[in-house]
Design a protein. Sequence first.
Lengths: 310, 383
Amino acid sequence: MELFIFPFKSMGCPCELRIYAGQKHQAQLAAKACMDEATRFEQKYSRYLDSSAATEINRSAGIKPVEIDAETYAILKYAGVCYEQSNGLFDISSGVLRHVWHTQRSELPSEDEILRHLNLVGWEKVELSDQNIFLPISGMELDFGGIVKEYAADAIAALARTMSIRHGLVNLGGDISIIGPQVNNRPWPIGIVHPTIADTAISVIHLANGALATSGGYERYVEIAGKRYSHLINPQTGWPVESLLSVSVVAEQAVVAGSVSSIALLQGEQLGLNWLSTIGLKYLAIDADLHCNGAVGRDSFSSGSPVAHE
Amino acid sequence: MKIKSKSSHLLALTSAALSMPAFSAAQPVETEISVRTSLYKEENVPADNIIFGDDVRYDIDIHQFSLLTPVGEKWSLGFNAARESMSGASPWGTVADADGAATLIMSGATISESRKEFSLSTQRYFNKSSLGIEVSRSKENDYEADAIVLSTEWDSDNKLSTLTLGMSYSKDKITPTDAILFGRVLEKEKTSQSYSLGWTQILDKTSVLQSGIRVTKHSGYLTDPYKLRDARPDERLEWSVNFRYRKFIESTNAALHTNYRYYEDSYKVRSHTVETAWYQNIAGNFQLAPNLRYYSQRKASFYLPIDDYTLPLTTNQSSDYRLSTFGAFTVGLKAIYNQPTWAVSFSVENYKSRGKYSLTNAETEHPALLSFSLASIGFDFRF
């Protein structure tokens, strides 16, 4: 069996499939189906595409309920569980706060401006049934990005398995779902990107099964009066969170790994580390001093590994 | 901000995640083929217990083949075949010896026959459920059985519980050999119908509990035509409940399996079975699993230790050791070596039954109580 690598772009991120197959056309066939699936997720859940289901939901805020299918309902229900389990920190309706902390800002927003936006935030306000969703206030927005990318990695790995791919991995912009171990049962080495040095891995994690997701606050930020404000915003205060630089979590499902790492980041450094240490999953959390916390491997970086970045 | 206790979060997130469509693909994603060969050997009956016939009991060679393959995304197809070759003697009846104790009349050791069985099954997978049907046929020179099984499985929304329902019907026909020579019945039939209900509950990350009940009704000719004197009610109603608990113990990288089953029927047979096995993972892909099983049975209401030839033929009686009071211990060991595309397993088992092992007082022990050894080797392939 031979390893075939298919790089592609989806959901605004560099993505990659690694597939072991006996023949090239078998790998190509599976890769085509996987990439089509990634495109399907992108077209359905992107906020930026006019025709997406996500756009229709947001466009109808304050106007009318929107009919949803079983997949969208399952994702929204999962989002609701994330909201409950994080006591409201993980809120897919918090995207509007981006408009307050946009990168062109040169001075701090007023409390009034923050409050006005906070009124448009709150999963508890959303009316959801298995048929419909209604955002009751005009201007409210849902952002599926924090769940769908990870979930898509799992869905694509499951799809590859149904196409008899036994050995491979799906990497959607650093959210990785393993199809199966490398041939000879070897685990895949996965580099965790260094938060401050581009294209360098700070650690390598070996994974034979399951998934890994990384969340970080280091890449996008706004600098106001010499102070950096990250794009991670607490949906209850409306203010950016000072937190860990990056959190990688290993779980059975990429979607669970992703929400655990996001919830850890949103809690700030100390509470985030506490949460990670009690959750029962392997993780690697990098703090502001570039110290690595957590139980996953600290092996040196081996070149040629797929690199996970936020 | 204070967040609630730990792994309850993980459990909540995981169970919510598992109800998303990508994780509902429970159908087999690859073709699986298994072949297994087993040797079953019953211990000889002590010569002192026999007044007539051979002391060599059954030896059975068993060969099994099974294939399970997905067909499209929503269907799977299964095929099973088995062939058993048996030789040896079996008990025909009991009479009293000079001291009044039961002693055996055995057949000659010339019984030599084979049984073939085929089954074909298909399953349709839905989002949260599946529906299956299986038909099977088993054939020996003196016995034929046809059966059909319907089954369905339902997952709960959070995927932590599964409900299973099963229903089966079988029709058996017996045409005893040498019927005219020994005055046996020429041809008789029986039918069986069985209903089962099961519930599987994932308790937490490392443990699962399965429970189930089953009711079976046999009607028709239930007597053993090879026994010299045997008459049984033409209806037998059976019911049983079982519990299976599986716990993975992370600190030792092992899994504990414990099972309990209670059985009762209209013949007034009652039994308890407890079983425990320890699956120890060693060095990644090697598994060693010792197991221990205890069985205890109370006799049927019409069981007689010694055939009574003075009773009318229509009065129920049987000296079949399987209907007597006894208990049994089984010890076994299984070794499994796993690779991504294949696995090999080897198992040995030793079974010993005695009257005094029963929880109920056996009064007299049947002279033909069984002891056997079973060894088997199997290969599984996935592609």
